[in-house]
Design a protein around this ligand. Structure first.
Ligand code: ITT
Length: 221
């Protein structure tokens, strides 16, 4: 049984299309989202923490909206910005930009406690750069191990396999009732993601691309 780790039911709805019935279940677990300027170290660290929680195979899904003229903001801070400012305020900020191009990105991080054979997709091994991005190591009870002589948790350094997807688009005034999150203000090919059915969004979306690659790889595992 694979656990799809997210507090967001909208993500699970989209993922179910790619993962055969009965092979995946949502794990509503709020893993620690570290501060980093890209999604991969956040997802990789989350996958190790979720694996420790679940004790079996987990897939963590970290996504974000990257607005070109704002140097990628809100990017990894998308969740915080949606919860504090809200998407209408994001639209108000973007409305005045000459260039409203943006991308949605998704990183899936898979961990089942095993190593992986070499493949084109990146594998995060919790090496020094990933560790630096991740900040101080945390013990299983959540306390910081920085400066302590305690051994690191057994899951630190576990290989995590990453799958990434992106969709280009632009920020527009909110339209549509479907999807979730920033979907109403993100337009791709003339339609916002909130104006698309789940199947149509999956066919073009960041999550759809990442899930497709993952599902293909996972079927052989
Ligand atoms: P989990 O971390 O529990 O999975 P979350 O909704 O916080 O749930 P993310 O951190 O990955 O997930 O999402 C960052 C933000 O981007 C958050 O505000 C989401 O609503 C939004 N988001 C993620 N995927 C999206 C999508 O496909 N379309 C629109 N908004 C999306």
């Amino acid at each position: 049984m694979l656990r799809y780790v997210t507090t967001n039911a909208g993500k699970v709805r989209e993922a179910e299309t790619y993962l055969a019935d009965g092979t995946v279940r949502q794990l509503d677990f709020d893993y620690t989202e570290i501060q980093a300027d890209s999604l991969a170290p956040i997802a990789a660290r989350g996958a190790r923490e979720a694996y420790r929680e679940a004790g079996g195979p987990v897939l963590v899904d970290d996504a974000g909206l990257f607005i070109e003229a704002l140097d990628g903001f809100p990017g990894p801070y998308s969740s915080y910005i949606e919860n504090t400012l809200g998407i209408d305020r994001v639209w108000e900020v973007a409305r005045d930009l000459e260039n409203r191009r943006a991308a949605f990105r998704c990183t899936l991080a898979y961990c089942d406690g095993d190593d992986f054979a070499a493949t084109p997709d990146p594998i995060d091994r919790g090496d020094r750069s990933a560790a630096a991005a991740a900040g101080p190591t945390r013990d299983t009870d959540g306390t910081s191990a920085a400066g302590s002589t305690e051994p690191a948790p057994a899951t630190d350094g576990l290989p995590v396999k990453l799958f990434q997807g992106a969709v280009p688009g632009r920020i527009v005034a909110p339209r549509g009732d479907g999807g979730f999150g920033y979907d109403p203000i993100f337009e791709h090919d003339g339609e916002t993601l909130a104006e698309m059915s789940t199947a149509a969004k999956n066919a073009v979306s960041h999550r759809g691309r990442a899930l497709e690659t993952f599902a293909e790889w996972y079927a052989d595992r």
